[in-house]
Write a new protein. Structure first.
Ligand code: AMP
Length: 281
């Protein structure tokens, strides 16, 4: 599985990446972590990046593209990877496309964690407090001043990637304001919907009846989830995201007939696609 996690600082990319690493044995490629390691080791890249990172600005594209290109050549990449914090600009995304093409690697999905900006400062403050409590060194760019600069660069340089990947039909958006557990569940559902992971195995024949009663959501519930997912995530003035449609498809795929009908009503075009795909299979 090859995945990109997209979202502003404090959106929960690192937390979710960790969970995916544990569940699927993927490698997390965090350019922020790699750069911090380079700064600590005082490598030439680290020396170049140090002050830029401390100020909350982005390190030049060539540097991070070089780091990622080298990393993708390592043998541990074969089980798949999660890119966390890369790409962060359109030129980085274009360079990544080129790299993946050259290495014959297919990207499965780009998952955007969408959060309210007002919550981000709180989250970063919590992160700092937790790191202090664990006796860990606190990042020098985790201050309110630098955070606002990092957010500004996210808005102007990274947010265009939402359009970039949406156009390429790779984008799925998850409401990052949900609990960590709910976000993880949603990500897993998207990964199953795009075929990046096997959907959960069907219950064994004998247990099927009981499982239906206990584990499966009722038709009403799935329809509700699907309708909820079809609503645009909290960004004013934007149409319902592709992610919402995907979530609808995912919900439909798992739902009962009644639920499917209700979900189809919520987003009929997406429904047709799913039906066609199924028919092909
Ligand atoms: P992060 O840990 O992802 O928040 O990144 C910390 C800092 O590292 C950022 O504020 C940037 O200065 C730098 N950085 C990390 N990833 C990138 C990237 N893809 N492009 C440019 N700068 C980056």
């Amino acid at each position: 599985m090859r995945l990109i996690l997209l979202g502003p600082p404090g959106a929960g990319k690192g937390t979710q990446a960790q969970r995916l690493v544990q569940k699927y044995g993927l490698v997390q490629l965090s350019t922020g972590e790699m750069l911090r390691a380079a700064v600590a080791a005082q490598t030439p890249v680290g020396l170049q990046a140090k002050d830029i990172m401390a100020s909350g600005a982005l390190v030049p594209d060539e540097i991070v593209i070089g780091i990622i290109s080298d990393r993708l050549d390592q043998p541990d990449m074969k089980n798949g990877f999660i890119l966390d914090g890369f790409p962060r600009t359109v030129p980085q995304a274009a360079a990544l496309d080129e790299l993946l093409k050259r290495k014959h690697i297919r990207l499965d999905a780009v998952i955007e964690l969408r959060v309210n900006e007002s919550a981000l400062l709180d989250r970063v403050e919590t992160r700092v407090a937790e790191m202090r409590a664990r006796g860990e060194e606190v990042r020098i760019d985790d201050t309110p001043e630098v955070l606002s600069k990092r957010l500004a660069s996210y808005r102007s340089l990274t947010e265009p990637l939402i359009h970039y990947y949406s156009e390429r039909r790779k984008l799925a958006t998850v409401d990052g304001m949900m609990t960590i557990e709910q976000v993880t569940r949603e990500i897993n559902r998207i990964l199953a919907a795009v075929g990046a992971v096997e959907p959960k195995a069907a219950p064994a024949r004998k247990a099927r009846g009981a499982a239906r009663k206990t584990a499966r959501p009722t038709g009403k519930k799935v329809a509700k989830t699907a309708k909820k997912a079809a609503k645009p995530a909290p960004r004013a003035g934007k149409p319902a995201s592709r992610a919402a449609k995907k979530a609808v498809s995912a919900a439909r795929g798992r739902g009962t007939g009644k639920a499917k009908k209700a979900a189809n009503k919520a987003a009929p075009r997406a429904a047709k696609k799913v039906t066609k795909k199924r028919a092909k299979r």
